[in-house]
Design a protein around this ligand. Structure first.
Ligand code: TRP
Length: 468
């Protein structure tokens, strides 16, 4: 490095101290891995298959695809471009880009941080079970073809306050250790290693599942369209899932976008992230249902599919113990990349905006998460009878975040980007300030962000909540 270059950098640091502290992803490819790592998560393996199966199969998948294209993807583009332009955390980005300081757009960031805590509260719990299951499947204690037995094993884990909290806190501690290392050395390095492994393991399980005799019944369950199940609530669920899947609507992608490189092509890269995520969801559905049906099990909904049915399914096949270990291992990899991105939202805010620094911010976030998270972790034991609107804390956090906070956050993000930040700024951001010739794509995106996304979201929200 030349002396002059160094001198220039020194100068820059003097003018802008943030240059000194703020790091991003080291490479463009690393940014892509981390972003896919955020999108791919328990949503693909735990939510997508059972929601599709329970809400009309292909009919639900079609609505989910439309939601992803018209709502999820545009909000993802909006978040990433605004984060990258502002080079700041989710709350600060809204404040910086707001056309007038008196408009409280930063509240979107605050609601996003709240959503991050609610999602993490139940997400770390389910992840804790997944991590516990990696060990249980290695020890062979889950190997029973009788769902009664695997159901006992699951119950003994979730109804034990000690075990639930222990695994959740182990997960939180692990994530903290990665987050403390920083955006590039922690998040980027981890997701870059885990994602390829995840894909390999998933394909192995797919081949096993699809070659079982009787697998086609599972394909029918997943893909047979049943439009009678598409109620307003089911459509809101599909939209909520599109947000949850792509990690949008609460500032995760804004935060990650602030770490993207200046020369990355946002529309085409986000489309690739979306397609990769969709591919993993489909592969997960193809890994799970053919095997479930091949051995004559019922595809139960919710956590019990993953933690009760699946172990019995694996126990039914030759070398099933090995496949079971691989399955829960890949699920834990998926959960890790997603949790890191959720964790990063409050950490980036606390570290930068309160100047407490990354280490302290991580510890504060982890402690807060342990406190809120424990109310979700104890939902099946000590706090099982503590319900609000008939839901345990675990279910409440899931419902409020996916079906309310994310769609509402997405609505305000699209309105802000399209109408207040405005078309000219969008054009500059998405063309990398004139470096890319993608006028047509950008014009299309502007129309979608300004009109299609907000209108669809308003209709779906009102309809799903039973207001119209
Ligand atoms: N997308 C992840 C999954 O499917 C979950 C997730 C990570 C998320 N970050 C998020 C969901 C931010 C909503 C918002 O499992």
């Amino acid at each position: 490095m030349s002396v002059q270059n160094d001198a220039q950098k020194e100068q820059e640091k003097l003018i802008n101290p943030a240059v000194l502290q703020r790091t991003g992803f080291a490479t463009a490819l690393g940014a892509v891995f981390a972003t896919i790592g955020s999108a791919v998560g328990l949503g693909n393996i735990w939510k997508f298959p059972y929601l599709a199966g329970a809400n009309g199969g292909a009919a639900f998948i079609i609505v989910y695809l439309i939601s992803t294209l018209m709502v999820g993807l545009p909000v993802m583009v909006a978040e990433i471009m605004m984060g990258r332009e502002a080079r700041a955390n989710a709350i600060e980005t809204m404040r910086k880009l707001s056309p007038s300081k008196s408009q409280p757009w930063w509240l979107i960031g605050v609601s996003g941080a709240l959503a991050a805590f609610l999602i993490m509260a139940f997400y770390t719990e389910v992840s804790g079970w997944v991590f516990a299951y990696v060990f249980k499947s290695i020890s062979g204690s889950l190997l029973s073809t009788d769902p009664e037995v695997t159901s006992q094993a699951y119950a003994s884990l979730v109804t034990s306050p000690f075990q639930s909290l222990l695994w959740q806190w182990i997960v939180l501690a692990l994530m903290s250790l990665i987050i403390i290392r920083g955006v590039s050395k922690g998040i980027e390095a981890t997701t870059k290693r885990l994602l390829p492994l995840l894909l390999v393991l998933l394909v192995i399980i797919d081949v096993r599942s699809l070659t079982l005799p009787g697998a086609s019944e599972g394909l029918r369950f997943l893909f047979n369209p049943d439009f009678s199940k598409l109620t307003g609530a089911a459509i809101l669920t599909a939209v909520g899932l599109a947000f949850f899947k792509l990690s949008v609507g609460m500032g995760t992608m804004t935060t990650y976008g602030s770490y993207w490189k200046d020369n990355q092509n946002i529309p085409s890269t986000t489309a690739r992230v979306m397609l990769s995520d969709l591919a993993v969801s489909m592969l997960a559905g193809l890994a799970i249902f053919p095997a479930v049906f091949a051995f004559g099990f019922e595809p139960s909904a919710g956590p019990s599919l993953l933690f009760i049915t699946i172990p019995s399914v694996f126990a039914s096949m030759p070398l099933g113990n090995i496949f079971m270990v691989l399955f829960f291992l890949l699920t834990s990899f998926a959960a890790t990349g997603a949790m890191l991105s959720l964790f990063e939202v409050p950490v980036a805010f606390l570290a930068e905006s309160t100047k407490m620094g990354r280490v302290k911010a991580t510890v504060v976030t982890a402690v807060l998460l342990a406190l809120i998270g424990s109310t979700a972790a104890l939902s099946s034991s000590t706090m099982a009878d503590f319900t609000i609107f008939g839901k345990t804390m675990f279910d409440l956090y899931d419902f409020v975040s996916s079906n309310l906070l994310l769609p509402i956050g997405g609505l305000f993000i699209s309105i802000f980007a399209g109408w207040f930040w405005g078309a000219d700024n969008i054009r500059k951001a998405l063309s990398n300030h004139g470096m890319l010739k993608n006028d047509l794509v950008v014009t299309g995106l502007i129309v979608i962000i300004k009109f299609v996304t907000p209108i669809l979201l308003i209709v779906v929200l009102l309809n799903g909540l039973g207001i119209v």
